[in-house]
Design a protein around this ligand. Structure first.
Ligand SMILES: *Cc1c(COP(=O)(O)O)cnc(C)c1O
Length: 399
């Protein structure tokens, strides 16, 4: 007998280009921290659609906002004004350093906007952008060029020019790469895809100083770290360092495709009609979902809740690392983007651990070939963390 999962998998495998090695489950329903597949199996989701569904699946307030906006107006393009996108901009500006916003539909598009803005703002001949080794900035050609992981570049040469990669966390090496062609430094305050690697506050302050000294723009890619993920609305708030440009996407609309580039009035003035654009950017339905998402995140106690769960989850993961030192060497991360760092022996079976967790109904992933990454919905409960920890202990004991 073919099950619903198997039937959907078989049909899909006929058609989709092979960019993903999917798990053998077709998800049909989501609620809070749980997903249900076509065969009725339930999963506890510590991946959240890759750090996207921060309020959990199908949060009632977001669903309500999507439904009522979809019944009013779905799309008009950026040739006209709409209220949801305007409201979204007001909330983002009121809660960040930014004064101006460009709306896009994904993280890579938000970064493309940032790269183009940094270049046009700097003027002719100043086009180089320095990012970090181990970074991830997207899959379009320019954002791929900015991504500091050579494995992603292979086969796509020639890669767009003007992107340099500095060693992780090394300020001196970074400064040596600055020339009169440099226009910006681009970095994630904490590398997500690269393996939950935290950049120290002193380092972030150091690159801010470097940018000021050499007249460069500082671009923070907060596509993964933004919107409450690290326990503050934006991760950079914890370092006291303010960027000139910030990009957002993943958690912004709790699952609808959206991206945003935020900057100051002065820098934004370099974009004028015709310099950049997007047909769908700021789409009313996606914007309404983002407004509803932000309204929940900005309620009293929400971010404190993220920090409290983070403390508990970090302690539990640390206990696990103490218990299985042959496989885990420690815990790192911030808020609810946490990585259990694998030892060499652990890395060798990282994929097996994640597969076993999947078989037990727990979703998570193996990031940067370095850590078991946990990015649960920010509404995760202590009981759900306990369930994850129990399953992880059972799986680690098997190895
Ligand atoms: C996911 C991610 C991107 C790319 O976002 P897409 O929406 O997949 O284009 C860029 N930067 C960071 C830090 C990310 O985590």
């Amino acid at each position: 007998m073919t099950t619903e999962n198997a039937s959907i998998k078989e049909r899909a495998d006929n058609f989709f280009v092979g960019t993903y090695a999917r798990y053998p489950a077709a998800m049909v329903k989501g609620e809070g921290c749980f997903l249900t597949d076509g065969d009725g199996r339930k999963y506890l989701d510590f991946l959240s659609g890759i750090a996207v569904c921060s309020l959990g699946h199908c949060h009632p307030k977001v669903t309500e906002a999507i439904q009522s906006q979809a019944a009013e107006l779905v799309h008009v393009s950026n040739l006209y004004y709409t209220e949801p996108m305007t409201r979204l901009a007001e909330i983002l500006v009121a809660n960040s350093f930014a004064e101006k916003i460009f709306m896009a539909n994904s993280g890579a598009e938000a970064n493309e906007a940032a790269i183009k803005l940094a270049r046009i703002h700097a003027g002719e001949g100043r086009y180089e952008i320095i990012s970090l080794l181990g970074s991830f900035h997207g899959r379009t050609l320019a954002t791929l060029a900015a991504t500091g992981q050579p494995k992603f570049h292979k086969g796509f040469e020639p890669i767009p020019q003007g992107f340099l990669h500095a060693p992780f966390g090394d300020l001196q090496a970074l400064e040596k790469m600055v020339t009169d062609r440099t226009c910006a430094i681009l970095c994630e305050p904490l590398q997500g895809e690269g393996g939950v690697r935290v950049l120290q506050r002193e380092y972030l302050q150091g690159i801010r100083d470097l940018c000021d000294k050499h007249g460069l723009l500082l671009i923070f890619d907060e596509i993964q770290t933004g919107l409450g993920r690290t326990g503050t609305l934006f991760a950079h708030e914890q370092s006291g360092v303010t960027p000139d440009i910030m990009t957002l996407a993943k958690g912004l609309a709790n699952g609808l495709p959206i991206g945003a580039m935020l900057t100051t009035n002065t820098i934004a003035a370099s974009f004028i009609p015709g310099t950049h654009g997007s047909t769908f950017g700021g789409n009313p339905v996606a914007s309404a979902a983002a407004v509803a998402t932000l309204n929940v995140m900005l309620e009293d106690g929400f971010l404190e809740g993220v920090r409290a769960q983070s403390t508990y989850f970090t302690e539990e993961l640390q206990k696990m690392a103490d218990r299985y030192p042959a496989l885990l060497s420690g815990v790192r991360g911030s808020g609810l983007i946490l990585g259990a760092v694998l030892t060499e022996a652990g890395i060798a079976i990282g994929t097996d651990i994640v597969n076993r967790m999947f078989e037990k109904g727990l979703l998570m992933n193996f990031a940067g070939n370095l850590v078991l990454r946990f990015v649960p919905p920010l509404i995760v409960t202590k009981e759900e963390i306990d369930a994850l920890i129990t399953a992880l202990a059972e799986v680690l004991a098997e190895f």
